[in-house]
Design a protein around this ligand. Structure first.
Ligand code: AMP
Ligand code: ZN
Length: 492
């Protein structure tokens, strides 16, 4: 199968194949690690995961690079407010991001690259641009890209950039999304503020520069595919193209993949709107990681998706149906042989499934093909008409489906447990759904450790802390009894 995928750059559906005939080289813009990601962000990462898993299913090896933006205005601002260096501020959020990816069964990219570990490559890129007169330095030490030096500017977003003011400068990461002016490559920083001493002066890289430098570092000057959410198309990706192609004279990425937004009541889910849910929020309300994954994948990437709790419930019951059917198939005692009609139906389902994915990752149709097979399989099982080879063909197709959708194999307990753990550590147990607070959510050893911690607090006469631990355990259904010979506990 060959994947036909909409290409923002060409404006049409293109076959997606590795230019070198071997490995498909792709870059996806990663997170800015200043806070926890919301599930809008994860819709984009999930759709990129679906793309790479589909390529695997179609037999195409992938080299996937994702950046971690660990320096930018927001990070610097938040770290300063917390009174710590950025290098002490970002690791917590980077780890939370990686944990969330794992919870959502997102495969790790082959390369994860932190911006702060690639400053020399970024400086080199600025020097290349300066040598071609495409970058200039201002008196305050900032470096800008000279937009007028790149006539192709706008070719990705197809914006009409007539009248774009050359020389009007934008130097923050968080400028208005529709400004198209000379953009900052490098921002000068005074001593005492986050910055690096480099041949182009003391400062720090702009966000656009990071992605160009790291993409070319790991994938070469020209590569197959570049991905991100729809908001990144302009100006971020347009700027990446301008910087990279000005420096190398070569086409930067051949194919551009943009995932449309997750919405809430018709508006983009975003931090600034305040209308967002993190993965933890939803896990603590009792929704399963698999259901969140399926809900975010089931609407094809080129359609915006409105987030609703009903959507999560629908995904939950869809997954139940799949898991129940798979278990039923595995457990059934069947006569050997095969039914031609059943084998033909499974072959047809496989064909529809693969064709739907090959047709611009049409997840809705791919999913529907599998559910049609489940319906027919259940009827055949009810009528005692399924034979061993029919069963094997069905299980094989379910496996292929799950190599892309990754929702049938049940990995749901661990993310939920980790979220409860997180709520406990962050004093947020009151946001945990009561049905999750089951007495068996902690092991005996964990309970003993918490009691030991409480004993220590009491010995240190920190009774507030001791009471807090007792209350937290009580919220988890574990009751403590102080007695003469120590503390006894029991599960409610
Ligand atoms: P950020 O950390 O803000 O740079 O965003 C990380 C990724 O999430 C980018 O690819 C964004 O385009 C994407 N993104 C942000 N908000 C949404 C949303 N509501 N729906 C889908 N993708 C989003
Ligand atoms: Zn980027």
């Amino acid at each position: 199968m060959i994947l036909r995928l909409f290409n923002t750059l060409s404006g049409q559906m293109d076959d997606l194949l590795p230019a070198d005939g071997a490995v498909l080289r792709m870059y996806a813009c990663g997170p800015t690690v200043y806070d926890y990601g919301h599930i809008g962000n994860f819709r984009t990462f999930l759709q990129v995961d679906l793309l790479r898993r589909t390529l695997h299913l179609f037999g195409v090896p992938v080299r996937h690079v994702m950046n971690i933006t660990d320096v930018d205005d927001k990070i610097i601002r938040n770290a300063a407010a917390a009174g710590i260096p950025i290098a002490d501020y970002t690791p917590r959020f980077e780890q939370a991001f990686l944990d969330d990816l794992q919870s959502l069964a997102v495969q790790r990219p082959e390369v994860l690259s932190r911006a702060t570990a690639h400053i020399p490559q970024m400086v080199h890129l600025v020097q290349q641009l300066a040598a071609r007169n495409a970058a200039y330095r201002t008196d305050d030490g900032n470096w800008y890209f000279r937009l007028s030096s790149f006539p192709d500017y706008g070719k990705l977003s197809k914006k009409d950039l007539e009248g774009m003011a050359d020389g009007a400068r934008v130097d923050v990461d968080e400028y208005e999304r529709d400004s198209a002016r000379d953009f900052a490559l490098w921002k000068a920083t005074p001593a005492g503020e986050t910055g690096w001493d480099t041949p182009i002066g003391r400062g720090r890289p702009g966000w656009h520069l990071e992605c160009s430098a790291m993409a070319m570092e790991y994938l070469g000057e020209s590569f197959d595919l570049h991905a991100g959410g729809e908001d990144l198309m302009f100006p971020h990706h347009e700027n990446e193209i301008a910087q990279s192609e000005s420096a190398t004279g070569k086409l930067f990425a051949r194919h551009w993949f943009h995932v449309r937004f997750l919405l809430v009541n018709g508006r983009k889910m975003s931090k600034s709107e305040g209308n967002f849910f993190t993965l933890r929020d939803l896990l603590l309300r009792g929704y399963k990681a698999s259901a969140i994954r399926l809900a975010l994948l089931s609407v094809p990437y080129r359609h915006q998706l409105n987030f609703t709790f009903d959507g999560l419930l629908e995904a939950t019951s869809a997954i139940d149906r799949l898991r129940t059917f798979a278990a039923r198939l595995r457990a059934a005692q069947l006569p050997s042989g095969s039914m031609p009609a059943t084998m033909a139906a499974v072959a047809a389902a496989r064909q529809s499934f693969l064709e739907a994915l090959a047709n611009d990752l049409n997840t809705a149709e791919a999913r529907a093909a599998i559910f049609e097979m489940v319906r027919q399989g259940n009827i055949a099982l009810d009528a005692d008409q399924l034979l061993t080879e029919d069963r094997d063909a069905m299980l094989h197709l379910l496996d292929d489906f799950d190599s892309v959708f990754a929702v049938i194999a049940d990995h749901d307990a661990e993310p939920t447990r980790a979220a409860i753990e997180w709520a406990r550590a962050n004093g947020q147990l009151d946001s945990v759904a009561p049905e999750l607070i089951a007495a068996d959510s902690l092991t005996d050893a964990e309970i003993d450790a918490r009691i030991e911690e409480r004993n220590l607090a009491r010995r240190q006469r920190n009774f507030r802390r001791a009471d807090q631990i007792r209350d937290e355990l009580a919220a988890l259904g574990i009751l403590l009894e102080d007695s003469r010979d120590g503390v006894r506990w029991k599960r409610r």
